[in-house]
Design a binder for this molecule. Sequence first.
Ligand SMILES: Nc1nc2c(ncn2[C@@H]2O[C@H](COP(=O)(O)OP(=O)(O)O)[C@@H](O)[C@H]2O)c(=O)[nH]1
Ligand SMILES: [Mg+2]
Length: 261
Amino acid sequence: MDSLSYNFNIRSYQIYLFKVLVITSVEKIQIRVQTVIIRMSSNGSRFNRGNGSDIKDVCKIAIVGCAGVGKTAITVRYLTKRFIGEYCPTLERIYKCSCKVDDDDVRLEILDTAGQSKDAWKDGYAYWADCFMFVYSITDRQSFDEIIRLKRLVEQVKNSTSVIGILVGNKCDLLHDRQVPANEATELADEIGCQFCEVSAADWTDVASIKNLFKTLVKDLRKTRTVKEGRQRKQSSSVKFKQAIQKVISGKTPAKRTLSA
Ligand SMILES: Nc1nc2c(ncn2[C@@H]2O[C@H](COP(=O)(O)OP(=O)(O)O)[C@@H](O)[C@H]2O)c(=O)[nH]1
Ligand SMILES: [Mg+2]
């Protein structure tokens, strides 16, 4: 009787141990499965965001102009809505961000240039960029005179006179130091085929105007791209039409020969 109860105890202990092991391993598996699911879902959402499946365009903008005109100040104002005051004068960087234009998400790559030389232009960002922000300071006549040369350089690199750009007169908070009248800048804008706007990166009430500079460029670029695509589609469909006609004509000729033979 004693040995029976002993055996029974051992068996029940074994069953208990077995149950515990099974439960803990099942729990472990459940935990692992849950972890994998969490990882997958978090990767998935990150992937969806990073992938940018709903992003339609990439727009590469180069901010160009003489040193000290406020290129970095404009870029930083746009990206952070802040005006820091002092910026590294040799800093040259590409910033990536996105914006909404006409209900579409557009990816922006903004190149804040520094100290351009003629050669750098030829080899570098003029070639890289889709559109340009030509910045001068309304308090610096020389920076305004430089714009026409910069525009010509871009045209050379792009091998086209129809460059997408906007002329920007910065530091319009410093009206007392103005060296470039607004009407003169409007004339230049007409001459180089750009829109024109005066802004102040320092004035916080001008944040919307700075945002608009970028939006205008993106809109112009998208319009140009749509027109180009339309033209290409038209060309390819007219080529296809011509090819179809030629096929019909060349298909009829041998058929006639067979008939006459
Ligand atoms: N008053 C005023 N100062 C500005 C404005 N934008 C830039 N600055 C100042 O001009 C200097 C040069 O600006 P920065 O952005 O570094 O010029 P960059 O060399 O063209 O990049 C800095 O001291 C800025 O604080 C502006 O709109 N108004
Ligand atoms: Mg700078």
